[in-house]
Design a protein around this ligand. Sequence first.
Ligand code: DOR
Ligand code: ZN
Length: 345
Amino acid sequence: MTQSLILRRPDDWHLHLRDGAMLEAVLPESARHFARAIIMPNLVPPVVTAHDARAYRDRIMAALPEGMDFTPLMTLYLTEQTDPDDVADAHASGLVSAVKLYPAGATTNSASGVRDFDKVRGVLDKMAEIGLPLCVHGEVTDADIDIFDREAVFIDRVLDPIRRATPGLRVVMEHVTTSDAVDYVTSQPQDLAATITTHHLVINRNHILAGGIRPHYYCLPVAKRETHRRALRAAATSGDARFFLGTDSAPHTDALKESACGCAGCFTAPNTLSILAHVFEEEGALSRLEGFTSLHGPAFYGLPANEARITLTKGDPVPYPSRIETGDGPVTVFDPGFALHWRVT
Ligand code: DOR
Ligand code: ZN
């Protein structure tokens, strides 16, 4: 018997599209399945002002192949120099959907991020006033905090104090990787949601390190131990509208990943939906997949769910390329380690 599932067309609430040749190569991989995506601003140099965001949005639209339907939802990269009025104007004109907070040094191209949170107080207050969400990379950067503890420590030392100091600020804790983050989100009465990536539902830290080091499983926040992966699966499949998909699909060339100091990021755009259907089926939660991929995100961002539908059909293994070619070099596609039987049509 063929099993199939019709979903509203999904959105990706956290995506890295890069620029130039990489953008051209990876954009169709997302646009094929996703209607909209929150576009990360960590380019070099970063997308800091409304002017930068408009120019980047134009480059994305210019790279979109004829006939594909995709809307980039732009973000601004928060710096200690960000002007609250520029942010408010960008929001009022419909140009940006969120502001992104990278603690300085936390991850790829985060050097221009925030060191002193008092310096962004004016922007955060303005955002709370106008209802513009803050997307947060939730890891402390202190060298003395173990990398596996950086998310949990961030909640106590940074996130909770910021939220208490800024009532009404709407926050998305991005790519949560711990049961601590899941518990924090579910303990809060309002104004807080979290995205979960595809890969963090599949791998734990052993996948990166046991039996050899596997650079294509290295991302930030780094995958944690199995108990945390289980908590993420439970949250994603729970039906709780505070959790929704943000793939954090983050392409780097193989040369940059397979290196003595490899870049962080898993490239999951091509096969994310097949993997998610597999995961939700394993959890006996296929009926909740649409909420996670297509309903909870728009509800948080105050946008209508997409009217178009996609169909997922279960059958023979679906072949995905192990890598895609880009003008910058090959990029390896995330390997979930199991055969994928759900095909998107
Ligand atoms: O793994 C990651 N890759 N995590 C991030 O936070 C940034 C991203 C990237 O830009 O490559
Ligand atoms: Zn990211």
